[in-house]
Ligand binder design. Structure first.
Ligand SMILES: [Zn+2]
Length: 428
């Protein structure tokens, strides 16, 4: 069956001229400026309306956020030019969407009411009371320095297109830069008959450009029919995952190994004078190490997901709330290191494009508590993570906590195939 699928392709890219590079930098700036104007308006609103810690943030409408067009008119440079008209119009609208997402994300975790560590330290040492600005997750001003810069632009009427190895992006009517091109390092081709939906341009701290091209294209997907080889995977804090045969993923803790080195380099950074040349140099060392760890992790996740998708017809995982785990202070670091969320995502599409099945067992399916031999529900295990092995009170079977859970997940997948009802592929 021919299906339309969406995929993102990331390429290292170089602006075709110095003017283009300046133009792109201006787009990053416009994006940041609009975002920061939104943040300033929010802070202003919260102060005037006597915001109490623990309250939800108001919607854009409630805080009387002016439209993007008004912000654009207000931003005039010393030559009296409304400079936000000199850049891609989509960049500024995108900034508004980002801000809106930040509000939603904060409201989801607002009950936490936690201050940032730095604010608490300041309170201890200098006696400065923290304010709502110091709350964790509160939208904050984007700084020009020390972060990845980006902007996103959308394809409309073919204003984004590829010609040989150059990607052309829309310019602004009032800009003097008419042709915005980036030469791509095309290490892999874009799929046939693709339609470009949008492009995000980013510049890392080293000043290198990357483009992420989101394309839509038709793909021939042949369903494999009834799955024969089914695998259950149970998420594990220490092993990444354990499968129904008790095999562990052997996740290499790259990041942890590198942590010591990273901590050392960060200590060096903290001793240098902020903003100085030597500080800037050291900052690059740190960010390079962080990027390396992230790349290693991603590479491993892709390879593992590829191997499993090749080997099995159906993979069943539990429906975990990864956000909740990430917020638990004891697990948070391990969780971020693991990237199980990404792994599920990779599995989903790698299986999907092979006409195979990815299944998330429903939240109420107690894969951990059920005895995989007789189906007895052992509620003692609930919330008690210290019990690694147990004997079933009903049938006396001896179980390893993780592989028992994985086996239950496998059985959950088999249930469908026995009843001849194939589950829908669930997108994480
Ligand atoms: Zn049992």
């Amino acid at each position: 069956m021919l299906e339309i699928v969406n995929r993102g392709y990331v390429y290292r890219a170089a602006p075709i001229s110095h003017e283009v590079e300046m133009y792109l930098r201006q787009c990053f700036g416009a994006d940041r400026k609009i975002y920061n104007l939104h943040v300033a308006h929010l802070y202003d609103y919260l102060e005037k309306n006597n915001y109490q810690i623990g309250d939800k943030l108001p919607s854009l409408k409630k805080m009387g956020m002016p439209p993007v067009s008004m912000f654009k008119k207000q931003c005039v440079n010393e030559d009296n030019v409304a400079y936000l008209y000199l850049v891609d119009a989509y960049a500024s609208n995108e900034a508004k969407q980002h801000f809106n997402k930040a509000i939603t994300a904060f409201n989801k975790m607002a009950y936490k009411k936690q201050y940032k560590k730095s604010a608490l330290k300041r309170q201890k040492t200098l006696g400065i009371e923290p304010t709502f600005r110091d709350l964790k997750g509160m939208p904050k001003f984007h700084s020009r320095k020390g972060s990845k810069l980006s902007y996103t632009t959308f394809n409309q009427n073919g204003n984004i297109y590829m010609k040989e190895d150059i990607l052309y992006l829309p310019s602004a009517q009032k800009s003097s830069v008419k042709v915005v091109g980036l030469k791509l390092n095309r290490h892999r081709p874009l799929p046939q008959d693709n339609k470009i939906k949008n492009v995000t341009v980013t510049m890392n701290t080293k000043g290198q450009f990357d483009v992420s091209i989101c394309v839509e294209f038709p793909m021939e997907i042949e369903s494999i029919g009834t799955p024969a080889r089914i695998l259950g995977l149970d998420y594990s804090q220490s092993h990444f995952f354990v499968d129904n045969e008790g095999k562990k993923a052997n996740y290499p803790h790259y990041y942890r190994e590198m942590e010591e080195r990273l901590a050392k380099e960060q200590r060096v950074l903290s001793r240098r004078k902020k903003g100085s040349k030597r500080w800037e140099k050291q900052r690059l060392v740190v960010s390079r190490l962080q990027a390396k760890a992230a790349n290693q992790r991603k590479d491993w996740l892709h390879k593992k997901a590829y191997a499993l998708a090749e080997r099995y017809d159906m993979i069943v995982v539990e429906n975990l709330d990864l956000r909740a785990i990430g917020q638990n202070k004891y697990y948070a670091k391990n969780q971020q290191d693991n990237g199980f969320g990404h792994f599920r995502l990779y599995l989903t599409y790698k299986l999907e494009q092979r006409g195979k099945y990815f299944v998330k067992a429903p939240k109420n399916y107690a894969s951990t508590q059920l005895c995989s031999t007789c189906g007895y529900k052992n509620t003692v295990l609930k919330g008690n993570k210290n019990i690694r092995e147990w004997d079933c009170p009903s049938c006396d079977s001896h179980h390893d906590r993780d592989s028992n859970a994985a086996f239950n997940l496998k059985q959950y997948g088999e249930r469908y195939t026995k009843e001849k009802i194939l589950p829908q592929t669930v997108v994480v």
